[in-house]
Design a protein around this ligand. Structure first.
Ligand code: UD1
Length: 429
């Protein structure tokens, strides 16, 4: 298993290109199941999760071609996928594949809407909490599907197609909003989704569906209206920039000090996180090229933050912010409201000398003067990158094990950081 070795202490200086958003690329690829015509997606990041979803879609009969790299191409440019789901050979998504990545459960909506049947494994346990799928299933039931659960599989049927309905989510869910949106796009009549997730990735998927001929209004607000259409058509769409990758490198820069341009990043996608970083003492400027982050001389100031659905502070940046706060001048409080048990990074950060005390869903972080390098273990995607951030500012060597978690969501992480002056390398093993 590969490891990442970091020797901390260097400031970050230079440019980091921001990749396409993983959390938009995955549902966009799944949306290809809604049409017999070709969906072309540009700016797709090269990530393990994307490759895995290619396999899962391939299992349903979807044909995906990836453009090759030409000489002179920007090595950080995203890939273009041509996705052809003309023939669906299989409406079953097996446990062996779905259990590896939760978002692959989301094939249930499009398969059901287009084929009238889907058999999809329940995603199973997850390191960051129980993460059930009840909202997804309730939404499909509201659209007229017959749902049974048998031997770990969801069997969804709607032989005469889905019918538009009012769907009211009891709690904001990104995944369930994707499911409802994609299924309602091909349902007969009008659907209204209330308490919908407002995340930019929902808007990106809705924009792509609209290019495919769907009739959708209100994506990005809590109420989305969809007028179902009988079929969707070919489209071309570029994935929006990854706001979590953006926030991660912004925090890394705030941590080490220095001056970094996050090229291609869009500040409007993460205003709350950027405001938090300003409070923490970073200088943030939006430019034509992207977002410039600086911290010169001044120390890191403590903050109080609660995670919340968009436009609030994202749970996917909680671990990274905590890493930054380990070196703040004073006491920070970070409350996690979206997922229970999303504090696995606390123990690992403590191995580097961080002082963090857990009080229910709140982590109280007492900033320390110095962190010292140590071997640590990546436990999930965002937690693992928080260890990288801490390692960049720790004295001596930090060795991060189980980096396959990082490869799920961060493209060329070591390269992007080392070209800004970090001492970081992958050790294959
Ligand atoms: C997505 C993101 C993930 C992010 C999360 C919250 C992708 C691929 N993943 O995950 O990175 O951390 O949003 O912003 O986009 N819930 C239920 N029942 C359900 C569905 C969800 O109770 O049927 C609960 C969850 O346990 C959680 C909350 O709702 O407490 C929000 O989860 P949700 O927004 O659905 O997360 P995901 O879509 O899985």
């Amino acid at each position: 298993m590969d490891k990442i070795r970091i020797v901390g202490g260097n400031e970050l200086k230079g440019t980091i290109p921001i990749s396409g958003a993983k959390n938009a690329a995955l549902p966009l690829m799944i949306a290809s199941l809604l049409t017999e015509e070709k969906l072309i997606l540009e700016n797709v990041p090269r990530l393990a999760d994307v490759a895995l979803l290619q396999r899962i879609l391939g299992n349903h009969g979807v044909d995906i071609t990836t453009n090759g790299k030409r000489n002179g191409d920007d090595p950080y440019a995203g890939q273009t996928l041509e996705i052809d789901a003309r023939v669906i050979v299989d409406t079953i998504a097996p446990y062996e594949l779905v259990s590896k990545m939760r978002a692959s459960f989301w094939v249930v909506g499009p398969l059901l809407a287009r084929m009238g049947v889907a058999k999809v494994s329940l995603p199973g346990g997850c390191a960051i909490g129980t993460r059930p799928v009840d909202f997804h299933l309730d939404a499909l039931r509201a659209l007229g599907a017959d749902i049974e659960i048998d031997a770990g599989y969801v069997l969804a049927k709607a032989p005469r197609g889905l019918t538009g309905a009012r769907i009211v989510f009891p709690k904001v869910s990104v995944g369930a909003t994707h499911t409802a949106l994609m299924a309602a796009a091909l349902a007969r009549g009008e659907s209204v989704i209330e308490n919908a997730a407002r995340e930019p990735e929902i808007v990106d998927v809705a924009d792509c569906l609209i290019k495919m001929g769907a009739r959708i209004e209100g994506a990005g607000t809590s109420t989305i209206r969809i007028e179902g259409v009988p079929r969707l058509k070919a489209a071309r769409h570029a994935v929006l920039p990854d706001r979590i990758e953006t926030g991660t490198y912004a925090m890394a820069t705030a941590m080490t000090g220095g001056d970094v341009m996050l090229a291609g990043a869009r500040p409007d996608l993460l205003e709350d996180a950027l405001e938090t970083l300003r409070h923490a003492g970073a200088e943030i400027d939006a430019t034509n090229e992207g977002i410039r982050v600086r911290r010169n001389g001044a120390g890191i100031l403590p903050v109080e933050v609660s995670t919340a659905p968009y436009p609030g502070f994202p749970t996917d940046l909680q671990a990274q912010l905590m890493a930054l706060m380990t070196k703040a001048k004073g006491r920070s409080r970070i409350t996690e409201t979206i997922f229970e048990n999303r504090f696995m990074h606390v123990q690992e950060l403590a191995r580097l000398g961080a002082r963090i005390h857990l009080d229910g869903d709140t982590a109280v972080v007492e900033g320390v003067e110095r962190l010292t390098g140590a071997p640590v273990m990546a436990t999930d995607l965002r937690a693992s990158v928080s260890l990288v951030i801490a390692g960049l500012a720790a004295e001596g060597e930090t060795m991060v094990q189980r980096v396959y978690h990082l490869d799920r969501g961060f493209e060329k992480l070591e390269e992007k950081l080392s070209r800004c002056g970090a001492e970081i390398e992958r050790i294959s093993g």
